[in-house]
Design a protein around this ligand. Structure first.
Ligand code: OGA
Ligand code: MN
Length: 222
């Protein structure tokens, strides 16, 4: 019997994690191609495509609690929160756990929880420019998006546009939602939007959270 440790199937390569941390520190955002393993993306894509076919997704709203509202003029995707009911979902959540550990180790962010949902944008859908959390109540600290569509055509739209944290009118990146590509940014300071898509567009959007206790109340997960 040998004691060699084999890298786990879900491990995100160390050098890619380091690249991500460096970019977050330097500019507040990161985009990497071929970041999430192709086989994992393929399984997750099958799952969300089946959910879309079986009406197992719900229209996404904006705002939390009593302020929650459906606003097709702002956001047109349909979502389902990620559980651990399939191997692919567990693997994705394990990979995000590795990222959480690395962010805490390298940046002392104190992230303690991760929440994520599948998102499916039907043709014509978009998500207007927004931040994922608001300063002061910022329990969402770092946002992640993993893209799932294989072979996304250059003319199919659906790009995520990322804006500068200091100069929010300045576009700094425009990214095709191609399977394997991974975006990560500071939730309360990096504005971003999803341009109208011409094809059904599938992703997993997620957030690392810190516990925001306000007056003894713990902010609910969702
Ligand atoms: C979000 C979001 C971006 C994307 O769900 O908050 O900004 O590219 N998603 O799917
Ligand atoms: Mn967002």
């Amino acid at each position: 019997m040998t004691t060699t440790t084999l890298p786990s199937a879900t491990a995100l390569p160390r050098e890619r994690l380091a690249e991500l941390v460096d970019a977050l520190v330097a500019q507040g955002w990161y985009v990497g191609e071929a970041f999430i393993p192709a086989e994992l993306c393929a399984e997750l894509y099958q799952e969300v495509a089946a959910m879309a076919d079986h009406q197992a997704l719900e229209a996404a709203g904006i705002g939390r609690g009593p302020a929650h509202a459906l606003r097709r003029d702002i956001r047109g995707d349909a979502i389902r929160w990620l559980d651990r009911e399939s191997r692919a979902r567990r693997h994705y959540l394990e990979a995000m756990g590795e990222l959480q550990q690395e962010l805490n180790r390298a940046l002392f962010l104190g992230l303690f929880e991760y929440e994520a949902h599948f998102a499916h944008y039907p043709p014509g859908a978009f998500y207007r420019k927004h931040l994922d959390s608001f300063r002061g109540r910022a329990n969402r600290v770092v946002s992640t998006v993993g893209y799932l569509n294989p072979d996304w055509p250059a003319d199919a739209g659906g790009e995520i546009v990322i804006f500068d944290a200091i100069d929010p009118e300045r576009e700094v990146s425009r990214v095709r939602p191609e399977a394997g590509t991974f975006a990560c940014f500071l939730s309360d300071s990096v504005p971003h939007e999803v341009l109208p898509t011409r094809l059904p567009r599938a992703s997993i959007a997620g957030w690392f959270r810190r516990n925001a206790s306000l007056g003894g109340l713990v902010d609910p997960a969702h």
